[in-house]
Design a protein. Structure first.
Length: 138
């Protein structure tokens, strides 16, 4: 028996994203998919903000690229929880030039010119909640 997911609207999705600090950035490197866990923060306009080193693979790969971001909370005990995905174009700016710097809740390894802010401007936001289900026998 499989539990049905319940769709979440955009405002519910953004509220859930605002309550967590770690998600997964999905991008491509050499036409292959890559997934990286990242610390993030949601801006007031719904953008996903994170920081990276300027010369990092992530910073190079996501500049002006369409990327996906996913965050979730799922219970290992009963399988309940939620998952939210944000699709959008990533903008990369130096931390000092960012008009909306990443808040202190998203720690940077060091405050230096080598840091960039990655802003994912949401073009599509979708989410689902999954109700608890009885343990499945294997």
């Amino acid at each position: 028996m499989t539990a049905e997911f319940t769709p979440l609207d955009e405002s519910q999705c953004l509220k859930l994203l605002g309550g967590t600090a770690v998600g997964r950035l999905v991008y491509t490197v050499g036409a292959l998919p890559a997934v990286m866990p990242v610390r993030y923060r949601i801006a007031t306009d719904g953008s996903v903000l994170l920081q990276a080193n300027a010369g990092s693979e992530i910073a190079r790969a996501v500049t002006d690229a369409v990327v996906a971001f996913e965050a979730s909370e799922l219970s290992e005990t009963d399988g309940s929880g939620w998952s939210v995905t944000v699709l959008g174009r990533a903008d990369v700016t130096s931390v000092s030039a960012a008009s909306h710097p990443v808040p202190a809740a998203v720690p940077a390894p060091a405050k230096s010119a080598d840091q960039v802010t990655i802003r994912i401007r949401p073009e599509l936001v979708s989410g689902r909640s999954l109700p608890a289900s009885p343990a499945c026998e294997v």
